[in-house]
Design a protein around this ligand. Sequence first.
Ligand code: THU
Length: 134
Amino acid sequence: MSARDILVQEAARVRENAYVPYSNFKVGAALRAGSGAMYSGCNVENVAYPQGTCAEAGAIAAMVAGGDTEIKEVAVIADSPEPVTPCGGCRQKLAEFAAADVKITMATTGGKQVTLTMADILPGAFNTHHMSNT
Ligand code: THU
């Protein structure tokens, strides 16, 4: 099994734990960090809807808590007709830790997969260079 398949498999595993009483839309995310460790997260909704967190945010929080700050590869999976793409906010969160060439694989539980890079999903990302005059 390829390293990518292992990431997708882990995203699918953690997706089962998603807490989604409001959308009933479970998402799982897994990432491989600079140390080689794998971290994962699922979406966790809240009765105060904006307080809910995406699967990607959970995986990033687990990574930082685990002592890693570099993302090498990402997988996201949901039960959707087409592979689900990270929301705008999560693209920015991923870009904090992922270089432009980091691969993001988006998968469906039905077996479809699309792999794009960080730069593909967040072109022109806001970064520290924009603040270099300050
Ligand atoms: N969601 C994620 O967790 N990740 C994505 O990439 C897209 C959306 C969640 C947020 C919410 O719990 C549910 O999916 C419906 O928007």
